[in-house]
Design a protein around this ligand. Structure first.
Ligand code: FMN
Length: 275
């Protein structure tokens, strides 16, 4: 499965078939988790593997009675070793990196499961004390999530994902542009066009030089063409920067927070003047 297909078609599965998941697939999923990026490459994470059907069902009582536990074939608790992160990165390590490391690990697991045709769900709502008691998790570690696995026995309802350009702010938080998607699209097309022109020009230079100075000088000519190409790309970068700088002066989207704030301020100013 192509990586983008995998990302775009993955869904949370909460109802599973009464069919066991093969061990080699489970191992592959856990292995994929360990390849996630992590701060300082500390790899300060652990898996608690639960395959016992009765115990998985008993987890139902410590997870706000989520039905998914009734049919899940496997439960994997992802645990962060927060003390290690704290030792290296202080509070930021304990409160941020340890959690982010596990989140990256979990996402890898979910994608790997989907690629292998196995359904999965990230469970974050659970009674931490009960889970700590049940699995003897020490205070230097923290359970981050329970990952349920099994073969899907449901087709999830369609999900609406926000358009990416609705999330893009430019320059400062809250700064939006009505036509951001058009700007981004146009710019990428412009880049593609310029790159093709540069490539063609560099090839032409090399071919012309080959004819003029012979094959032995080909290397020198190639590197000089490359250097020229680099200069031109730098120019292109400056152009893009200027383009964005120009945008900064543009109008923010009508519903943007900065504009609302500005409107509020001018309204209050007017009020003050009247008094
Ligand atoms: C931090 C976190 C906690 C979550 N906790 C739960 C949970 O307790 N129960 C559950 O059914 N789904 C849980 N989910 C899954 C989300 O509900 C799900 O990813 C979201 O609705 C989007 O749907 P999708 O995964 O099918 O694309 C959690 C997801 C995350 C990232």
């Amino acid at each position: 499965m192509d990586i983008f297909d995998c990302i775009y078609t993955r869904r949370s599965i909460r109802k599973f078939k009464d069919v066991p998941v093969e061990f080699d697939k489970i191992i592959e999923i856990m292995k994929a988790g360990t390849y996630a990026p992590c701060a300082g490459d500390l790899q300060n994470w652990k898996y608690l593997f639960e395959y016992d059907p009765d115990k998985i069902k008993s987890l139902y009582h410590h997870t706000l009675e989520q039905e998914a536990f009734m049919t899940a074939q496997v439960a994997i608790i992802v645990v962060a070793e927060t003390d290690i992160a704290e030792k290296f990165f202080g509070m930021r390590g304990k409160r941020l990196y340890a959690i982010q490391n596990c989140a990256a690990m979990i996402q890898n697991m979910l994608l790997a499961a989907h690629a292998l045709g196995v359904g999965a769900c990230w469970i974050g709502a659970f009674d931490e004390n009960r889970i700590n008691d049940m699995y003897k998790i020490p205070s230097v570690a923290r359970a981050q999530a329970i990952i349920l696995l099994g073969y899907a026995d449901e087709v999830p309802k369609q999900r609406h994902v926000k358009y990416v350009w609705f999330l893009v702010n430019y320059g400062k938080y809250g700064m939006k542009y009505d036509n951001m998607q058009r700007i981004m699209h146009d710019l990428s097309l412009e880049w593609e066009k310029q790159r093709d022109i540069l490539k063609r020009m560099a090839n032409r230079r090399v071919n012309e030089a080959k004819k003029l100075v012979g094959m032995d000088k080909e290397k020198t000519v190639k590197s000089s063409a490359k250097a020229k190409g680099k200069d031109m790309l730098n120019d292109l970068n400056t152009q893009a920067m200027n383009f964005f700088q120009g945008l900064k002066k543009g109008k923010p989207a009508s519903k943007g927070a900065p504009q609302r704030r500005a409107a509020k301020k001018s309204f209050l100013d007017k009020l003050k003047k009247r008094r």
